[in-house]
Ligand binder design. Sequence first.
Ligand SMILES: *[C@@H]1O[C@H](CO)[C@@H](O)[C@H](O)[C@H]1NC(C)=O
Ligand SMILES: *[C@@H]1O[C@H](CO)[C@@H](O)[C@H](O)[C@H]1NC(C)=O
Length: 368
Amino acid sequence: MKFTTLAAMMVAVAVFGLLIDGHDCKIVQFIFGDSLSDVGNNKYLSKSLAQASLPWYGIDMGNGLPNGRFSNGRTVADIIGDTMGLPRPPAFLDPSLNEDMILENGVNYASGGGGILNETGGYFIQRLSLYKQIELFQGTQTLIRSKIGEQAAEKFFQDARYVVALGSNDFINNYLMPVYSDSWSYNDQTFMEYLMDTLEKQLKLLHSLGARQLMVFGLGPMGCIPLQRVLSSSSACQDRTNKLALSFNKAGSKLMEDLSSQLPNASYRFGDAYDVVNNVISDPNKYGFSNADSPCCSFGRIRPALTCVPASVLCKDRSKYVFWDEYHPSDSANELIATELIKKFGFSRVGETDGHSPAPAIAPSPEG
Ligand SMILES: *[C@@H]1O[C@H](CO)[C@@H](O)[C@H](O)[C@H]1NC(C)=O
Ligand SMILES: *[C@@H]1O[C@H](CO)[C@@H](O)[C@H](O)[C@H]1NC(C)=O
């Protein structure tokens, strides 16, 4: 008799516990991006030519071994998420990813070489473009719905934070390269319209899937990446490329304002660190950098060496270089960019604004 009462109570506690868990999932992030946010997806795309799987990628993070990030250390999204008190989401293609990990940490779909446009980065053979990343996110949603139920899943996905950080490949590895048909099918203005129309559709799709709090990262002065500088004999920044970045930022910022007022409950924000990075590039010493035009990891005098490889030579002080390789900023530059975006977005720690405790543990559910 006593035993059955106790058993009944235990069942009640378990059911109650489940409901609580279902309605009080953690706040996590879903990240969509390119190599600037990739934390290992391309490692699992065996045919992709955009790889960060060899030393000396990752040298200033954790055990110093390559971890899939296209930098010596953290990405901008890593630093912003850390500041907000959010866990770092694992790579979608990480074979150990499961429902519990997703509920605890979110997912990162970012892929080196990916763009807003499907055709961007075709040269890399394999990469996840933004549409593909959203398709994979829909698969994640199906998985989570069957794990915690429709209602709890809806709340989980509406409470989550979303990062969309793509665009530079749409220029550097598409529009500005004559091997891609977009370079001769469009002009600066029509290409920008095409890009923004596509981004608008993608963000509306994400909203229909539950994304309410979303930030889009703008572009930096991408005409000043070492890879662009070697295009001119004076190794000056490519003015036209920088102008395209500025025009992307202007159009992107307007798009976010429009979407935030159009879409119910949407807080869609746009932030770029163009000006700050541009200032560092014109006067690196003022900001504690000693080099703002060549990659810290380079292959002797052979430039551009498209990736950092074990035979490359590293600069003496990695914290003083703006660029880690031909394309990607160093950990210190990413910190500077993140600090600027945090200022622009006005971030505080997630737990402090929402009344959610920062880390409610999710009890293992008995359901499959
Ligand atoms: C882009 O690719 C996705 C698949 O990832 C496909 O569903 C979609 O139709 C494509 N869109 C265009 C405009 O080609
Ligand atoms: C907007 O937020 C309100 C209040 O939280 C909620 O009742 C409503 O369902 C939300 N609408 C959408 C479309 O998310």
